[in-house]
Write a new protein. Structure first.
Length: 541
């Protein structure tokens, strides 16, 4: 069986979300529907060009579909920074608009996005509940802001002002999406050509801001943000609590990701377009330690400002003393997806677990976890003609599988993903999510069967899965006709063909085979008798 962190070598699903433009995107899972995602990005063309919000659906197995999109504000340049949930179906979109006309710079707009993914709008224009431009924002500011919820109705926004200084503002956003006209507090955290501010919560009222400085090393600042929006050093004095310079030359946003306890990894693209990661300790009180380790994990970058590595934690490693990271970053042709391990105390292994190719040309990617082993990546990719940077500009979304655990549960998830490629099956249940009652037909149920351990004198296992296909209740004998399509060796509804399409089950197994089908029969489930057939699938791991 492949290692934890193994990346599937092909995408589960691919979606060209915007065929006109796609630049610097933020993505958030809808808190009221785990299969709906919201994306804020630059998109469109001509009269529709500007900051846009799009919604997509992602099945449990990773299949993508576009739902809705709308214009937030017209502009020719800009991008999405962060999306923050406010209340029920109200969201705050932090973005940057730039075209030299009117008020430019960092901004926040609030919109309504329903649980089915529909956007409240009129024509192509989203219905904006409110829009706020920071007090020092204006023409000339060209870097996306960072936004975050602090407490109650208090929010914080890190942005670059018209003098290219870095500022942190706190504002109020009501549960109805209304933004106060004046900030609660304001702090200038950088006075020299600030770029790419990013903000995250460390603990309680302690927050960290990472940002770049043109041509020199980036910094980390920590600041105390009270529930009422007051900014301080944590003891009532002026911020910051602490800062650390000489991190690296940031030419992208530099997200901080917690490894364990007080240890953090920071990812960025440097001035040469290469990708870097470093580790630091940051206490819960905001004290920043010296750099623990650093690794330039990609040296083939080609896009200035384009290599914006985005990372998520996949899982603990097998020994339990480190984390496996999955990273997406820019590269011109191959190996722009990587996984590697960082120990719980910030030691970087400096070697890859797995690599894969996102696309032939990518930039400004953002990755987010969908399920335990399926990840969504939004990025700027090739146009319909396959043109490469700087010509290409389309917005793409893809899903990939990354192993976060071993054993039969992951094999079951991989088997579920293969069965979900059969469009005629209404629902597939993996071995760890079997229902008490069935309300959708046809349905596939994956049951674990006989398991053999320590195969070939290793820790490998062989698992026999039982795949039940239930088509209708027993009083509907004509439904037997539907079973024939599932039992065929070929065809769009063939179970045999679906599993044979990827016998590694997305990398979860060394190989998997359909060995036999029971033929037409009956299955009792939840006290009801259903017409059914059963397949035996052997997975070797």
């Amino acid at each position: 069986m492949p290692d934890i962190g193994y990346i599937s070598q092909s995408a589960i699903s691919s979606l060209e979300l915007d065929s006109d433009n796609g630049y610097i995107s933020a993505i958030l899972q809808h808190p009221n529907n785990p299969n709906i995602y919201i994306i804020c990005h630059l998109g469109g063309t001509g009269a529709t060009s500007g900051i846009r919000v799009s919604t997509i659906s992602v099945t449990d197995g990773g299949t993508l579909a576009a739902i809705d999109n709308a214009l937030i504000v017209a502009c020719t340049a800009g991008g999405g920074g962060d999306i923050v949930w406010v209340e029920v179906n109200i969201f705050a979109l932090f973005y940057m608009k730039h075209d030299g006309a009117g008020t430019d710079g960092g901004a926040v707009s609030t919109v309504t996005i329903n649980t089915n993914g529909s956007i409240t709008k009129s024509g192509d224009q989203a219905t904006l509940l409110d829009t706020y431009f920071p007090t020092s924002s204006g023409t000339g500011q060209q870097f996306v802001p960072g936004g975050i919820h602090v407490a109650g109705t208090t929010y914080a926004m890190a942005y670059v002002d018209t003098s290219a200084d870095g500022r942190l503002e706190t504002i109020t956003i009501s549960t109805a999406g209304l933004v106060t006209d004046t900030p609660l507090d304001n702090w200038e955290f950088e006075t020299t050509d600030c770029r790419f501010p990013y903000i995250m919560q460390i603990d309680g009222s302690v927050f960290a801001i990472t940002h770049g400085i043109s041509g020199t090393n980036g910094k980390i600042n920590t600041v105390d943000i009270a529930a009422d929006g007051t900014l301080s050093d944590g003891a009532g004095g002026a911020p910051p609590i602490d800062y650390r310079g000489s991190i690296g030359v940031f030419n992208s946003r530099a997200p901080l990701i917690n490894i364990a306890d007080t240890y953090y990894a920071i990812f960025w693209g440097d001035s040469g377009g290469d990708a870097q990661v470093a580790t630091h300790a940051i206490t819960n009180a905001g004290s920043i330690g010296s750099r623990i380790g650093i690794w330039e994990f990609d040296t083939a970058g080609t896009i200035y400002y384009g290599n914006s590595p985005s990372a998520v934690v996949v899982a603990d490693n097998m020994g339990g003393d480190g984390k496996v990271f999955f990273v997406s970053h820019e590269f011109s042709s191959t190996d722009n997806l990587k996984s590697f391990e960082i120990s719980d105390v910030g030691v970087i292994t400096g070697s890859f677990i797995s690599t894969a190719t996102l696309d032939s040309a990518t930039a400004f990617s953002t990755v987010i976890a969908h399920t335990r082993s399926i990840y969504i990546i939004v990025y700027r990719g090739p146009d319909s003609a396959g043109s490469a940077w700087p010509t290409y500009a389309d917005l793409w979304v893809k899903t990939f599988r990354v192993l976060e655990a071993g054993g039969m549960e992951l094999m079951s998830d991989g088997l579920k993903a293969r069965l979900e490629t059969i469009s005629d099956i209404a629902r597939v249940f993996a071995a760890n999510e079997l229902p008490n009652v069935i309300n959708e037909f046809p349905v596939a149920l994956i049951l674990p069967g006989e398991t053999e351990y320590n195969q070939s004198f290793t820790n490998k296992i062989d698992v026999l899965f039982r795949v039940l296909i239930l088509v209708a209740k027993q009083d509907n004998p004509s439904a037997y006709n539907r079973l024939l399509d599932y039992m065929q060796p070929l065809g769009g509804d063939s179970v045999y063909a679906a599993i044979s399409g990827d016998q590694t089950l997305g990398g979860a197994a060394d190989a998997a085979f359909v060995t036999k089908c029971s033929g037409a029969g009956a299955t009792i489930w939840g006290g009801q008798t259903y017409l059914s057939t059963e397949f035996e699938v052997v997975a070797y791991g």
